[in-house]
Design a binder for this molecule. Structure first.
Ligand code: TYC
Length: 102
């Protein structure tokens, strides 16, 4: 072996694939929107079944807010807009927001 042989370490770098940050969509309680309308929006916009939408509505009613779904930013923002548009058309102050998951 020659004196000048250099040994290179074989370093396999792991390609970093970042997972997209997830967002939660929150449903907020208010004193005016009828319960049936909240349930309807959850069914139509979030494709929730009767039992789940009733449970989520009642949780928001009792606790002040409830997580409806966790999804990508794009989907969360689209769902919030669709739900708020229905509420606005019906002239109810129903509110949904999207925020990054911790
Ligand atoms: N608190 C409303 C009422 O008593 C019903 C309601 C529930 C409104 C959940 C908003 O996110 C909500 N009519």
């Amino acid at each position: 072996m020659s004196e000048n042989t250099t040994i290179k370490p074989i370093v396999k770098s792991k390609p970093k694939v970042e997972r997209p940050r997830l967002y939660k969509v929150l449903l907020h309680n208010d004193d005016y929107t009828p319960r049936e309308f909240v349930v309807l929006v959850l069914k139509v916009v979030f494709r929730m079944g009767a039992d789940a939408s009733q449970r989520v509505m009642m949780t928001a009613h009792r606790m002040g807010s409830c997580v409806v779904v966790v999804c990508t930013k794009d989907v969360a923002e689209t769902k919030v807009k669709e739900a708020m548009d229905l509420a606005k058309d019906a002239e109810f102050p129903l509110m949904f927001t999207a925020e990054p998951e911790e």
